[in-house]
Design a protein around this ligand. Structure first.
Ligand code: ASP
Ligand code: MG
Length: 444
């Protein structure tokens, strides 16, 4: 290429060829549930094998409930219960080594040493006396889960003819130091992807890396928010100009409601990015809400498929879905609190007082799920979080009288029809309702 690129026209052509090549790449994401047993990990390998000949960047989460366990390690450590923290860490280590032993043939595989190094680092952290804030330690310890899972899966794949390169995503994803919800530095990350990831595909068809984690410019580990691996995959897809992203889940695809809460849900074969963003906004826990934007910006379709049966059609999320055929989309948020904020002097609720109220919510990082204002009152629905609500009421009491109602639900239906609403609300007392042409929201 050095020889050709002397000629500017050919250099342009070469670049075009490279980007065509990039365009063939797919990004896959496998979540914790797909790695929760030996059989499932073997199933993941079978799925990847069925894409032989393709270039795949594979993003993997921590195995099973490892992230929850690691959160407990952090809590023990921060509460000064080092023994408990170490005990639990040892347990997590034993679990991972046991999985590796069941998957790998070579008892002296170098991955055992790699795993041990990760654990030694975590033990060092636990050995320290906490001087920094909680979220910092959270990220240093909880990031372990993805490092372990990817190391094991990569080793297992390589032993079984799925030739791959393991990448520590902390060398790729540069972020700020907003621990537990770090923000990607797109420029640096793009450079790393181009310089460090793309060349790997000249040698191997598969690159395996971690979801959910990244690193600051001081080499401190960060996490991107719980369930953030979907988002990591989308960042990779965007920066690689991938042809598509697929999230492999234990469900058929996206459904019009959570089957655990509603009977008779239906599968959605195709849906637009905007609809999914709306659903996530209203609280549907389908895909990590930050996932869609990086894909939408580059028109990269997102497939949600079932790892238990890869032949099921799943859901395609893209620009072009036909939304005329969408069923009503139902999102239920439980454990809601309805606050009524009334001006103390019975003055009207003005732009100024609303801006003061919003300021308090913003400062306390409380999200308003629904709000409505009338002459002398402002009502809003928020998640039930006792500590935050106590702080909120305290802050509001200077200027307002606050009453609240807990144990409520917030129902959102997009593309609603009246018979369905009547059925969903039968026997319930609606406390607040908002309707637009497409969407109705009811607190009951
Ligand atoms: N392992 C992380 C979590 O459980 C990230 C993810 O699964 O996406 O939250
Ligand atoms: Mg997970």
């Amino acid at each position: 290429m050095g020889f050709f690129s002397e000629n500017p026209a050919i250099a342009v052509l070469c670049r075009a060829l490279i980007s065509v090549d990039q365009f063939n790449m797919k990004v896959f994401k496998f979540g914790g549930a797909s790695l929760a047993s030996i059989e499932r990990i073997q199933q993941v390998a079978a799925i990847v094998r069925s894409f032989a000949g393709e270039k795949l960047l594979i993003v993997i989460s921590a195995m099973g409930k490892t992230t929850n366990d690691l959160e407990k390690v952090v809590q023990h450590f921060y509460n000064g219960q080092k023994e408990l923290a170490l005990q639990l860490l040892t347990h997590i280590e034993a679990q991972h080594v046991a999985v590796a032993k069941q998957l790998l043939q070579n008892p002296a595989h170098p991955v055992y040493h790699q795993l041990q190094q990760f654990f030694t680092e975590a033990e060092w952290t636990i050995g320290e006396t906490p001087v920094q804030m909680y979220d910092y330690y959270y990220d240093q310890l909880v990031s372990l889960g993805e490092l372990l899972s990817t190391a094991i899966v990569s080793a297992y794949f390589n032993e079984n003819g799925l030739q791959n390169a393991w990448v520590d995503v902390r060398d790729i994803f540069r972020t700020d130091d907003n621990y537990r919800d770090a923000n990607i530095d797109w420029e640096v990350t793009q450079r790393n992807v181009t310089e460090k990831i793309l060349p790997l595909f000249n040698a191997v068809p598969l690159v395996i890396s971690q979801g959910f984690i990244g690193s600051t410019d001081e080499n401190e580990s960060v996490t991107l928010g719980r369930e953030g691996s979907d988002y990591s995959a989308a960042v990779f897809a965007n920066l690689l100009n991938a042809e598509s992203q697929t999230i492999w889940k234990d469900v058929e695809g996206l459904k019009n409601a959570d089957p655990k809460l509603f009977p008779n849900t239906v599968n959605i074969p195709q849906i637009t990015y905007s609809e999914v963003i709306e659903m996530a906004y209203y609280g549907a826990q389908v895909i990590h809400p930050k996932t869609i934007k990086p894909l939408q910006n580059k028109h990269i379709p997102l497939y949600v498929k079932c790892f238990l049966n890869k032949d099921l059609p799943g859901t395609k999320i893209s620009d072009t879905a036909n939304t005329a055929q969408l069923p009503p989309l139902i999102v239920l948020k439980q454990q809601q609190v309805l606050l009524s904020i009334i001006t103390k002097d019975f003055g009207f609720v003005t732009e100024k007082s609303i801006s003061g109220i919003y300021d308090i919510f913003h400062r306390l990082k409380i999200q308003i799920n629904l709000m409505q204002n009338a002459a002398i009152s402002f009502s809003c629905c928020i998640d039930h979080n006792p500590e935050k609500i106590a702080a909120l009421i305290k802050a509001l009491q200077a200027g307002f009288k606050v009453t609240y109602n807990e144990g409520l639900s917030l129902l959102t239906v997009r593309h609603y029809n009246q018979p369905l609403l009547d059925e969903l609300l039968k026997g319930r007392e609606a406390l607040l309702e908002q309707r637009s042409r497409h969407t109705v929201q009811v607190v009951y």
